[in-house]
Design a protein around this ligand. Structure first.
Ligand code: ZN
Length: 467
């Protein structure tokens, strides 16, 4: 078997070789092309950006353009020895260093000493340090002087996914480019071109799925396309893509909706087990879950039928976004997802803040507040239909009042509009004066209000604001 028979992966095979082939990053490319044209290049560049945004690809093209023996305008020829050696990472003049494995002060010292030797091709010597944020503080300091005043013909290209971890003194000595995530539409177009070149028929919605899963990384998208093309010969459609990439299916989300409606608390355990055994990427599932509830929210806004109320969905958004932020650090993602789904199912029984405000309004209108709490059927404002009233179940009027300043106005229509059957406040007070009560009505009202607020503070996990 000759070496040409080896399969070359799509990311390698279709890696941009010239500026004109780079997808996205227009600002960076335009600036670099102008600098090349005007011959006003800096001696140090910092390329910052997420995985697969093209940092090292752009740095290599720039290196090729600087070292090329027969450049075509500002583009490298890609055929001369220098261009080929750089592409194959075996150039003596373009030294690629992985910052993660050469992070010590000795590594940096060796580098700065070697930088004193003249370039082999006589044109330019370039140090491309990838993941430069991994260098130790001492290594950065050793690099600092060389970076500020590099030997003639020496340039530094630094690449990082985490620019905030680089010393400000280093950053200030570099011209910085912040590469953006690549737009889904650009990724889809590039994948379509690749499929066409490879003479494979892949449906556009299948490519869109890949683009959205790759989160702005073209390299990830190309690897996924590789995976998809290997999965099955012949034409590839959306269903095939979902299956090949192990993506969550629509039926998964319908099952969650059904469990919510039935309040099936055993569901999360069997469901997450099923996802787990299927090899589902759970953090990706979480993102899809958020999109699922987002779709329900839009349905609520356009008054279409959905098992969720607006308040419930807002609460679910809070739960999921909180989980997404810390999901990768969870010791057991399986357990975390089970608990999240359980909380989502429990959200059905949750009382909205609006309902609590309404109840407070009612209490403030009544002379004997405690009795009002215990007769929710008389209440003009009911929580979600068919639900038991958790306030009525929970509130114990005998609880000692807690000090709580409460001045915020309820964001609902005034209670007097909603409770026409109530007599004016003055009359009610007169009535209660005629009928002696062991506890003054104002105190009773205070007890009821405080109790309700204590209930609310537990329910809202301390997130309620003091007035
Ligand atoms: Zn060349």
């Amino acid at each position: 078997m000759s070496t040409t028979d080896f399969y070359q992966s799509i990311p390698r095979k279709f890696r941009p070789k010239r500026f004109s082939q780079v997808v996205g990053q227009e600002t960076t490319i335009t600036t670099l092309k102008n600098a090349l044209k005007e011959n006003i290049l800096a001696h140090a560049y910092l390329f910052a950006g997420s995985r697969g945004s093209g940092k090292t690809t752009i740095a290599r093209i720039l290196a090729k353009a600087l070292c090329c023996s027969k450049p075509e305008g500002i583009e490298p020829c890609c055929t001369c020895t220098s261009c080929k050696e750089i592409e194959q990472s075996r150039s003596l003049d373009v030294i690629e260093i992985d910052g993660a494995s050469n992070r010590g002060i000795d590594d940096t010292r060796r580098l700065t000493e070697a930088a004193l030797y003249t370039p082999a091709n006589g044109k330019c010597k370039i140090y491309l340090i990838d993941e430069v944020h991994m260098l130790t503080k001492e290594a950065f300091n050793a690099l600092l002087k060389t970076l500020e005043e590099p030997p003639p013909k020496v340039k530094f290209f630094l690449a990082t996914t985490e620019p905030h971890k680089i010393l400000p003194t280093i950053i200030s000595r570099c011209q910085r480019f912040d590469l953006t995530k690549i737009a889904s539409s650009l990724i889809t177009d590039k994948l379509a071109t690749i499929a066409q070149i490879l003479d494979r028929n892949v449906a556009k919605d299948a490519l869109s799925i890949i683009a959205s899963k790759s989160d702005g990384s073209l390299r990830d998208a190309e690897s996924l396309l590789d995976q998809l093309l290997a999965f099955k010969g012949g034409d590839i459609d959306k269903t095939c893509a979902i299956q090949a990439l192990g993506l969550p299916q629509e039926s998964d989300f319908l099952a969650i909706d059904a469990a919510f409606t039935k309040e099936d608390f055993s569901f999360p355990f069997s469901f997450v087990e099923m996802l787990f055994s299927r090899g589902q990427d759970l953090s990706y599932f979480l993102e899809e879950l958020l999109l699922h509830f987002r779709a329900h929210f839009l349905r609520v806004l356009s008054q279409e039928n959905t098992p969720y109320t607006k308040e419930t969905l807002l609460w679910i958004f809070d739960l999921i976004t909180e989980e997404v932020a810390h999901f990768s650090q969870k010791p057991s993602q399986k357990l975390a997802l089970e608990m999240l789904l359980l909380r989502i199912l429990r959200a059905k029984k949750r009382v909205s803040l609006e309902t609590l405000w309404q109840r407070l309004e009612e209490i403030s209108q009544l002379p004997d507040a405690a009795s009002a709490i215990h007769t929710p059927s008389q209440s003009p404002c009911k929580p979600d239909e068919k639900q038991k009233d958790p306030i009525a179940e929970t509130v114990e009027p005998a609880i000692v009042p807690v000090p709580f300043s409460f001045t915020k106005k309820a964001p609902v229509e005034s209670a007097s509009e909603k409770t026409p059957q109530l007599e004016p406040q003055e009359n009610l007070q007169n009535t209660s004066i005629k009928k002696p009560n062991p506890r003054p009505p104002t105190l009773q009202k205070q007890v009821a209000q405080d109790t309700l607020l204590r209930f609310a503070s537990v329910l809202f996990e301390g997130r309620i604001q003091k007035g």
